[in-house]
Write a protein that binds this ligand. Structure first.
Ligand code: GAL
Length: 747
């Protein structure tokens, strides 16, 4: 029976690599580290992208304690979830595997190199340079790929015959009577070619067994099982993402093994009439996501990964995410499965196609991505082109053919930015950056494809570099930023052919010098690097039903002189309410309805307060008194939300919050803290940027600087646990204000 344990603790790390390192360790050159690990912690911006690139060496001793559960004859496997970018794994000086590519998992059987008695040395040599033989490198890419063993490593003990992977396909998914087909891929490490029996069980989410079947075969085979006549099983939907499980139990004369994976019953189909989820038309609304964080790059652990999925769905109201431009962590995808967030996953790349060896690696990436994630119900499309690359007929015929062969249940897409590109996929996925403020919002699909007929069509990026906007930018720019997001979404909702639109992008990200604002940041997010919202984030939040969360978000700092020529009109109020009431100072209350003239197609149109609802002169002129503002939102005639702005905001309170107040001591975990300065009515003060002194006691540390400044009225930071139990007390102090303290319990 397999035993799989995390092997994240007790590693040693050094910068650089010398050949003798594979079989020895000079302790003074190494630091003790816990995985996930980044080879170099970085400043927030203005660093050099080669700072984290180079050769690095990780070591770990495998002791008899690590292997105490090992039964006679068992194989010892190391499973790496990802190492950026190239890794060589040695055991006691012997090279066991070399692996190219920083986004996909790999496993290595280290049994043959282990010494039975005594201690075994694992050495992982990591090359985090942008090697031109490995996608996405060879050209210049608009993102950074931070080096290190940045995802989990597992130690797996298995019998000689084990289950390597299973593939689960649902059948008659939408019918009352459903079926499931399962394939179990066996691993016969010693080529025993023996008789095996595999019990396949179908379980519900509470682990209740619903059906079982026994299949006999040989250890070198793929075994097939079918469940039919399944009734009363529920669909996986974004609202109720019901999951089931397949558990396979293998028995042979030498081996026993158990392998399970989760899945859901759902259909996903892109058609010329849009996207259909479970047979119903469904507009995809979402953003592109990188997997990077301030300071730590990629090495944040699973809690932070999951938190991103939660933010997208619950906080920002989206139903879809694209894992631009590579497969992202299993923890993120699994969270998307659990919460019903749809995923477009794609292979690593960015504009450049390399030589034959490079292309072979991209083919391997297609296979590794699909075989890792084919049971995830959240994934609705495989991206099998290099993002925004030119046409490459032979190469893309292969990626498409492979994806369809491995997974006939999902369509392929391939993201491009050129028109009339060769259409080899099932879905024409287009980055449409046509809109520049006063022209068309999105291209017409037929013009883009140049085909004589409609094809399934999805917009996979928009806005991004066409309108970079900082969270602390001036109000008029923020207004325009939000308007562009809303207008493009409105257009997408109106066009029956367009399946959906996925904006560029979730959060600002560190990038190469050739992109971004010169400080190594692309300010393209609807949130900043800490995932703190810009006004545009509320454009998406307003898609939520008011029953889930009433949204009333005015895009303003509410001041007489913030905008050119002065005044706060037109005032965009992003909302999902039926109407709002507006009161300036003690003037009369005005009821204003969503602007259906400008936004006829959005599920919830914003309110645009302009001369149609209020004469700007009524707010007075330059030099006259400025008054407070009160806004109330109504649904079904009832007030559900209210917001106010003071005419004379003054710093009143410092708020310190954490995303999590309970963390686990089992793993290294990361949680975000947020420090905000608010005025007398509780609003963030966008131009209050005092210094914050952060400190912690207990089993954790502050990631990044301990002295930071609010930026745009708030700032994020991170607390990382240190594997001990206790209370982390976090203190934030701003001179002149009561210091704030929170306690994060580590269990
Ligand atoms: C796209 C690209 C993205 C990002 C974006 C900026 O062309 O696919 O990765 O660079 O532009 O707007």
């Amino acid at each position: 029976m397999r035993q799989s344990t995390l092997l994240n603790k007790a590693w040693w790390f050094k910068v650089g690599f010398d050949v003798p390192d594979v079989d020895s360790m000079q302790e003074e050159n190494y630091n003790s580290v816990t995985l996930p690990h980044t080879v170099r912690e970085l400043p927030l911006n203005y660093f050099h992208e080669t700072d984290y690139q180079g050769l690095f060496c990780y070591q770990r001793l495998l002791t008899s304690k690590d292997l105490r559960e090992r039964k006679a004859g068992q194989r010892v496997m190391l499973d790496f979830e990802a190492v950026m970018t190239y890794a060589e794994v040695y055991i006691n000086g012997q090279l066991m595997i070399s692996h190219k590519g920083g986004f996909t998992p790999f496993s290595v059987d280290i049994t043959s190199a282990l010494v039975d008695q005594g201690i075994n040395r694992i050495t992982v040599v990591v090359d985090s340079t942008e090697r031109p033989d490995i996608p996405p490198f060879g050209g210049q890419i608009d993102y950074l790929t931070y080096g290190g063993i940045y995802r989990d490593v597992h130690l797996r003990l298995v019998d000689p015959v084990s289950i390597k992977n299973i593939k689960i396909e649902t059948q008659q998914t939408l019918a009352r009577v459903k079926g499931v087909r399962v394939q179990a891929m066996l691993q016969d490490s010693l080529h025993l070619d023996e008789v095996v029996a595999v019990k396949f069980e179908l379980l519900d989410n509470e682990n209740t067994m619903l059906a079982e079947t026994l299949v006999n075969g040989y250890s070198n085979q793929i075994l097939d099982a079918e469940f039919s006549n399944l009734i009363d099983l529920q669909l996986w939907t974004p609202e109720q993402p019901v999951m089931y499980q397949i558990r396979c139990t293998l028995a042979s004369s030498t081996s026993n093994d158990i392998y399970s994976d989760r899945f859901g019953f759902r259909t996903a189909e892109f058609t010329t009439e849009g996207f259909f989820l479970n047979g119903k038309k469904f507009k995809l609304v979402g953003v592109n996501r990188h997997q990077s964080w301030p300071y730590l790059g990629y090495a944040v652990g699973n809690r932070a990964q999951r938190h991103d999925a939660d933010l997208l769905k619950f906080e920002y109201g989206m139903n879809t995410v694209r894992t631009s431009h590579y497969p992202q962590s299993k923890a993120f995808i699994q969270r998307c499965d659990e919460i019903g967030l749809l995923v477009f996953e794609e292979i690593p790349g960015w504009q450049h196609i390399g030589d034959a060896e490079w292309q072979e690696q991209a083919i391997v990436d297609v296979q590794d991505m699909i075989e890792r994630d084919w049971n995830s119900p959240s994934i609705i499309l495989w991206g099998v082109r290099i993002n925004e690359s030119p046409d490459s007929s032979a190469f893309y015929r292969r990626t498409n053919e492979l994806a369809r062969r491995l997974d006939p249940t999902r369509q392929t897409g391939g993201v491009r930015c050129i028109e009339s590109s060769e259409f080899l996929e099932d879905v024409y996925t287009m980055n449409d950056f046509i809109h520049s403020g006063d022209n068309i919002l999105l291209r017409d699909p037929m013009t883009v494809t140049s085909l004589a007929h409609q094809v399934p069509y999805l917009v996979t990026e928009y806005i991004g570099h066409m309108y970079p906007t900082k969270r602390f930018d001036q109000e008029e720019r923020q207004h325009e930023h939000v308007m562009r997001h809303l207008k493009i979404l409105d257009h997408m909702f109106a066009d029956p052919v367009i399946s959906g639109a996925i904006g560029w992008c979730f959060f600002d990200y560190n990038t190469h010098k050739d992109f971004g604002s010169g400080d190594r940041i692309c300010y393209h997010g609807i949130t900043d690097m800490f995932r703190l919202p810009k006004h545009a984030a509320y454009a998406y939040q307003s898609m939520l039903s008011p029953a889930v969360k009433p949204v009333l978000h005015p895009v303003t700092v509410w001041a007489r002189g913030e905008r050119s020529i002065s005044g706060a009109m037109p005032l965009l109020v992003v909302t999902n309410c039926d109407y709002i009431e507006f009161q300036y100072g003690d003037q009369q209350v005005r009821r204003v309805y969503p602007d259906r003239d400008t936004f006829p197609n959005l599920p919830h149109a914003p309110v645009l307060l302009d001369q149609r609802s209020i004469d700007p002169a009524e707010l007075g002129e330059w030099g006259l008194a400025w008054a407070s503002l009160s806004l109330r939102g109504f649904v079904n005639g009832k007030q559900v939300v209210e917001t106010q702005f003071a005419a004379d905001p003054v710093p009143t309170q410092v708020l310190l919050t954490a995303d999590d107040y309970e963390l686990s001591a089992e793993h290294k975990e990361l949680t975000r803290i947020t420090i905000a300065g608010v005025d007398q009515v509780g609003n963030i003060m966008p131009y209050w940027n005092p210094v914050v002194n952060l400190s912690v006691t207990g089993p954790g540390r502050i990631v990044g600087p301990k002295q930071i400044a609010l930026n745009g009225g708030m700032i994020g930071s991170y607390i990382e646990t240190s594997l001990s139990v206790g209370d982390i007390v976090v203190t934030a102090a701003i001179e002149g204000f009561a210091q704030q303290q929170i306690i994060i319990e580590v269990r």
